[in-house]
Design a protein. Structure first.
Length: 307
């Protein structure tokens, strides 16, 4: 029996609760892990709100929050290859087990070993932010010296995209609120504060001929403001807003398999995908951790230290 943080029905923060649950039994293609660190993502509260279907594994309420974690393998289900009991691993809870818990199950094909030299805290940030950064930049496939606009640069994914882009020798301009400026500029981003500047005008002044690529993390009206700044609308890649196709752009093509996790880990070891971790909360403080991300008040990546 272990403690978990989750929700008893779909809704807002009021449906969240701590509860005890037995250790999950790993099914076919799953591993049971002792959770060391769980990453916190906007997807977590969207799942709680019932706005995202298909990621609950058909599990009953109460359900555990969280989609990514790092920890140690305690047991394996059938048909698990490449992972052994005792391995330090990181990956996705794609079958509904959640990660804000002392133990959980991860989908084995979407889980990888943590390489020597990489901390569990960093590894726990890679399944969502790290692999997303790799995916969008691979999809853009821009040459060194090209310009890229990261719309919504201040969060965990945005800073990961920016750092990896700079590592690929791209010129990065990022948009965000005033609170996001410090961390963005610290990694070499030319920052545009949307609360103090006209984003389109400021961006055109910096890159008069238009951007070689745009990575959108904000969606909605903000996406529609920056999309015309691209030289080619096909090089507007959105991470959250599928309506980007209406503008001639593309939605990110996600790869959440072990190969991409291992690649992200190597990039992290090389310092090319170093996450900006701005808050580490204990499991007992999980409500505050998620609230900060849900309210959009955080810069960088928030994690929950469980073990």
């Amino acid at each position: 029996m272990g403690q978990a943080w989750g929700f008893g029905r779909y809704g807002g923060p009021e449906v969240q609760e701590f509860f005890d649950r037995p250790d999950p039994v790993p099914g076919r293609g799953e591993v049971l892990i002792q959770v060391d660190v769980a990453g916190v993502n906007p997807l977590d509260h969207l799942l709680r709100s019932g706005l995202v279907d298909g990621l609950d594994g058909g599990r009953p309420f109460p359900r555990v929050l969280g989609m990514e974690a790092a920890g140690t393998v305690l047991a394996r289900g059938e048909d698990v290859n490449g992972l052994e009991v005792g391995d330090a691993v990181f990956g996705f809870a794609l079958t509904g087990g959640g990660t804000y818990a002392e133990t959980t199950v991860l989908s084995a094909p979407n889980t990888a070993r943590i390489p020597e030299g990489l901390s569990a805290t960093v590894a726990a940030t890679l399944p969502v932010a790290g692999t997303t950064a790799v995916d969008v930049l691979d999809q853009l496939s821009l040459p060194a010296g090209a310009t890229v606009l990261v719309n919504g640069v201040g969060g965990g994914v945005g800073l990961a995209v920016a750092r990896l882009a700079i590592g690929r020798e791209l010129r990065v301009i990022g948009t965000g609120s005033t609170a996001k400026r410090q961390h963005a500029e610290a990694i070499g981003v030319r920052f545009i504060d949307y609360t103090a500047e006209d984003v389109a005008a400021a961006a055109r002044e910096l890159v008069p001929d238009g951007f070689d690529g745009i990575v959108d993390l904000a969606g909605g009206t903000s996406l529609r403001t920056v999309a015309p700044l691209a030289q080619d609308p096909r090089n507007v890649i959105a991470v959250g807003d599928v309506s980007v196709s209406d503008l001639g752009g593309r939605f990110v093509e996600r790869r959440v398999d072990r190969e991409n996790l291992e690649r992200s880990a190597r990039l992290a070891l090389d310092g090319l995908l170093a996450p900006v971790i701005t808050a580490v909360h204990p499991l007992s403080d999980a409500p505050a951790a998620l609230a900060t991300v849900e309210n959009g008040h955080t810069s960088g990546k928030v994690v929950i230290k469980v073990a």
